[in-house]
Design a protein around this ligand. Structure first.
Ligand code: ZN
Length: 256
């Protein structure tokens, strides 16, 4: 790694840290590794479960949920939670549960608030022409999502790198892209790819790499009950896919 890249990396780290992200050591230890490299053009990887055509859906065709939609649907979601409580053998009328359906409904809307936002709104005014051609990395972006198969949390960290081609994105916007896609019902493989595709479409960079390390509560609390298992997914596009040196530099930097 040459000095300018080192410097760029340190700057990025500093900026990521000031944006509230923290770095953690040894975060690759004891992980179950699923490598999901996908290149351009965007084709399904064929190795993931629950992969749908929406995996490659462009953010340009997004539809969003409005605050009015939230208000309208809150009573029916709350009623559904009342039915769930009854179905679990609970008494929805007992004191501790009286407000639970409404709280749960409001919380679920918050957990999925990524549906209320569009990537394009985030990108507005945040793309800059810049003659910068060194790798830009923001790592350890905290991520909270919901498994679409079990409706329980997925949480972990996202690492993003890209090699600009005359255009760069405000660094905090990378974390915003993560937020918008993660606050939806997801599978980790699709989340990884959507982040990479959004950056590719916005910046047309020479390449993009996205790595997500996450814990799935559906694995930890049920099923195999592996407390410390982590799932690692990656999407590499452009030179990150084609050039092993670029990819290795990225992977080395996010582990350092
Ligand atoms: Zn699950």
């Amino acid at each position: 790694m040459d000095r300018s890249k080192q410097k760029q990396h340190q700057q990025n780290e500093k900026q990521a840290a000031s944006a509230g992200d923290s770095s953690v050591n040894g975060h690759f230890d004891g992980t179950a590794k699923i490598t999901n490299r996908t290149g351009l053009p965007l084709a399904g990887s064929g190795e993931t479960s629950g992969q749908s055509s929406s995996a490659t859906e462009s953010w340009r065709e997004e539809r969003t949920r409005s605050l009015e939609d939230n208000e309208m649907s809150l009573p029916s979601i709350a009623a559904a939670y009342t039915a769930i409580l009854r179905g679990l053998g609970e008494d929805p009328q007992r004191q501790g549960l009286l407000k639970t359906p409404w709280r749960a409904a409001t919380a679920m809307q918050f957990f999925t608030k990524g549906y209320q936002e569009k990537i394009i709104d985030v990108l507005n005014d945040a793309i800059f022409d810049e003659d910068h051609d060194e790798m830009v990395i923001v790592k350890d972006i905290d991520m909270f999502s919901m498994c679409e198969h079990h409706l329980v949390p997925i949480f972990g960290r996202v690492h993003i790198g890209y090699l600009p081609n005359k255009r760069v994105l405000g660094l905090s916007k990378l974390a915003r892209i993560v937020e918008i896609y993660s606050r939806r019902l997801q599978v980790q493989e699709r989340l990884t790819k959507q982040i990479a595709v959004a950056i590719t479409e916005a910046l047309q960079p020479a390449g993009v790499g996205v790595v997500i390390e996450a814990t799935h509560m559906c694995m930890v609390m049920r099923g195999v009950q592996k407390m410390n298992s982590k799932t690692v997914t990656s999407t590499m596009l452009g030179v990150f896919r084609e050039d092993p040196k670029t990819r290795d530099e990225f992977l080395t930097l996010i582990r350092s």
